[in-house]
Design a protein around this ligand. Structure first.
Ligand SMILES: Nc1ncnc2c1ncn2[C@@H]1O[C@H](COP(=O)(O)OP(=O)(O)OP(=O)(O)O)[C@@H](O)[C@H]1O
Length: 230
């Protein structure tokens, strides 16, 4: 019996995107990433890193080309269908973090499992474990997110992204406000969780010291030339 061909976690071909016709354009010939692979992306300010992440998680849709996420044709899906796919399969940490300021640390963390339709009791116990592993002490759990430092908010944002065990994790400068101990804990928890769940990771940062944690490292220039992670 022959093995079925594996469906890549990310499979992108001839992708083009612009914010307005005639303006700045992102063109990516090809990118394939398999389940469980972790890619670090670097690049100059304005080179299109955030734009690429927004495309990969379906916040924006390419103008042309193909983008498959775990076999789902993201380039063909409506906005609502992309939102639903993201809620179920993609964990996201944006630069802006997007925590709800008046909700507690715990409720912010639990939001992702609510949208993914997961069991409440299981989600609560997993949320508590993740917050503990990220050194967010229990005394903070009922505090509104608006009363946290940016570094604490970054850890809540990664706990929220990891909670539903996504198949793809997209992270945009998620450790910029962390001191070295908390940054190391953040990386350890994120990558241990990714490995435990065979989750693919695309991680953008200007901090080159973080490259060592990843299977592959590419800059935006290489991605625009179609250089593959290998
Ligand atoms: N909403 C938008 N409307 C129009 N142009 C935009 C928009 N967002 C970004 N751009 C432009 O797209 C280009 C790529 O921006 P992007 O934010 O993807 O870069 P980046 O590599 O993430 O930058 P940084 O490292 O500074 O965060 C830039 O030239 C920027 O001016």
């Amino acid at each position: 019996m022959t093995d079925k061909p594996k469906i890549p976690a990310i499979d992108l071909k001839q992708l083009k995107f612009h914010y307005r016709p005639g303006g700045w354009q992102l063109e990516l010939p090809e990118l394939t990433l398999h389940s469980g692979q972790h890619l670090f992306v670097r690049g100059a300010s304005g080179s299109g890193k955030t734009t690429l992440l927004n495309l990969l998680c379906g916040i924006t849709r390419p103008v042309s080309g193909e983008l498959f996420i775990s076999g789902h044709a993201l380039h063909k899906l409506s906005g609502g269908a992309r939102d639903s796919l993201r809620a179920k399969h993609i964990g996201v940490v944006f630069q802006q973090l997007n925590l709800i300021p008046y909700l507690s640390v715990l409720d912010n963390t639990l939001l992702s499992s609510h949208f993914a339709g997961q069991n409440k009791a299981e989600a609560l116990s997993r949320a508590e474990q993740l917050l503990q592993r990220l050194s967010l002490q229990q005394s903070l759990w009922q505090q509104p997110a608006s009363e946290l430092s940016v570094g604490q908010q970054q850890r809540v944002a990664i706990a929220r992204a990891l909670l539903p065990r996504p198949t793809l994790l997209i992270a945009d400068e998620p450790t910029s406000a962390l001191d070295s101990d908390n940054r190391d804990a953040f990386m350890r928890v994120m990558l241990a969780e990714a490995d435990a769940n065979n989750c693919t990771v695309v991680f953008v940062s200007h901090d080159k010291s973080l490259q060592q944690y990843f299977h592959y490292q590419l800059d935006m220039l290489q991605l625009k030339q179609g250089v593959q992670p290998c």
